[in-house]
Design a protein around this ligand. Structure first.
Ligand code: XBP
Ligand code: MG
Length: 265
């Protein structure tokens, strides 16, 4: 571990990572499959294909997503109050089984960035809308136990993204001001939440989020980047010129650039 950076003005002291779609490609072949298996087990006719699930991802939080979908097809409120929690508990169990069976992978290059940041003694945290019951086991399986000093899950934060509360809770638990940290996200909802928490935000898009409105992001890449598949820059308003991957130095420059005043995207 290197020397901790001086938490002077705009030094990169911590990075707060989103989980779903960012650290791991969890949605299409993970959560979506688990939701469909839960529907089937409970004898419901619903099945979310890739396209329909992409539409539903605009709603953050699995329970809110279920309630919106089922309510939208006429399931009455009193029935929803019983059905949604039962479905979501089972879905979480089924997702955990997918994780345990190795069906959910870290995004390429994510682990290398964590290594980079740890070598520079930058502190690591997570702020996700996902449910703690699967978030902690997934992070442990993909990156090793207790890799993140702070983990704020969706069922702990007062509100779900695009509300900033998960990010502000993570910063409070870290004891780090927003000016000393960066967020890494994948989606419009995540970018809005990070901006509302006054966090510099780098985005690694995925198939579900590539065409979303990411206007508030300070850097947009098509992934973390690896030696075999360097990251392509999709938008770089601060002219950071990342070296084919999202690395600690780029995030440090991002925080410093933000400290000098936000350039127009
Ligand atoms: C993404 C979400 C979550 C997941 C499903 O969270 O909105 O709801 O889709 O997980 P983030 P749950 O991108 O902020 O990590 O069913 O546990 O909500
Ligand atoms: Mg996400």
């Amino acid at each position: 571990m290197g020397e901790p950076p001086d938490p002077g003005a705009d030094a990169l002291v911590a990075v707060v990572f989103d989980v779903d779609g960012t650290l791991a490609d969890t949605e299409r072949d993970g959560h979506r499959v688990a939701f469909n298996r839960a529907f089937e087990e409970l004898g419901l006719p619903d099945r979310w294909d890739v396209e329909r699930y992409g539409e539903l991802l605009a709603i953050t939080g699995g329970r809110r997503r279920l309630r919106a979908h089922l309510g939208g097809r006429g399931v009455p409120e009193p029935e929803l109050d019983e059905l949604v929690p039962r479905l979501h508990v089972r879905k979480t169990e089924l997702f955990l089984r997918l994780v345990a069976d190795g069906h959910v992978d870290a995004r390429p290059g994510a682990a290398a960035l964590l290594d980079d940041l740890e070598a520079a003694a930058v502190r690591l945290a997570v702020a996700t809308t996902g449910t703690r019951d699967w978030v902690v086991p997934l992070l442990g399986r993909l990156f090793g136990p207790d890799r993140f000093e702070v983990v704020v899950a969706g069922d702990e934060a007062p509100e779900r993204k695009p509300d900033p509360s998960a990010f502000t809770m993570a910063l409070e638990r870290l004891g780090v001001p927003a000016s000393g940290a960066a967020a890494v996200e994948d989606s419009h909802n995540g970018v809005v939440a990070a901006a509302a928490a006054d966090l510099a935000c780098a985005v690694v898009v995925n198939d579900y989020t590539r065409h979303q409105d990411l206007a508030g992001a300070d850097l947009v890449l098509d992934g973390f980047g690896t030696p075999e598949a360097p990251a392509q820059v999709l938008r770089d308003p601060h002219h950071l010129d990342p070296p084919g991957r999202l690395d600690g130095a780029t995030l440090a420059r991002l925080v410093a650039a933000r400290g000098r005043g936000r350039l127009l995207p």
